[in-house]
Design a protein around this ligand. Structure first.
Ligand code: S3P
Length: 169
């Protein structure tokens, strides 16, 4: 891990537990938790569904890239990213340069249980199951660049945080 900053970056599909595992992980590691989507909402002064609806996805993606490099500058951060933050090559490079990247995975069933019919996720509008099935297929290799992959199925955030730290230290 030489040369990289001491950040732990969680990537993975929506509903793989990035935010909940991130919180447990930050607590255990004594790192600061940053939720990328939350930072974007604060900066934009509106919600993610509003950003998508009013400005479109590319605008959101530009904010996401800008915010990503900004929040990793300090180090000592556990960063929970949004599921699509890995889509740009530029973002993947930043993550690999600025931290240790952990991909969380889960099967469709567990993801559905976690996201429900959450209106806070514009990409799931019109039917979470159908949209997630398509996205899982489209993004099946999107998280392969991560340093490590962790299957979250049936595990609590606390157990997952310990498992991740075992790989880290
Ligand atoms: C997205 C995932 C969301 C959020 C936005 C787009 C995606 O984050 O960034 O709705 O493209 O997968 P979560 O993974 O936290 O749901």
């Amino acid at each position: 891990m030489s040369g990289m900053r001491n950040n732990i970056i969680l990537v993975g599909m929506m509903g793989t537990g990035k935010s909940t595992v991130g919180a447990a992980l930050a607590e255990k590691a004594g790192y600061r938790l940053i939720d990328l989507d939350q930072q974007i909402e604060e900066e934009a002064k509106c919600t993610i569904p509003e950003l998508f609806a009013n400005y479109g996805e590319p605008y959101f993606r530009d904010m996401e890239s800008a915010m990503l490099s900004r929040v990793l500058q300090e180090g000592g951060v556990v960063l929970a990213t949004g599921g699509g933050a890995v889509l740009r090559e530029e973002n993947r490079s930043i993550m690999l340069e600025q931290g240790w990247v952990v991909a969380l995975t889960a099967d469709l069933e567990s993801i559905l249980k976690r996201v429900g019919e959450d209106p806070g996720r514009p990409l799931l509008a019109g039917g979470a199951k159908e949209r997630l099935t398509v996205l899982l297929e489209e993004r099946k290799h999107a998280y392969d660049f991560a340093h490590v992959k962790i299957d979250t199925t049936g595990k609590t955030p606390d157990v997952l945080a310990s498992e991740i730290l075992m790989h880290y230290r």
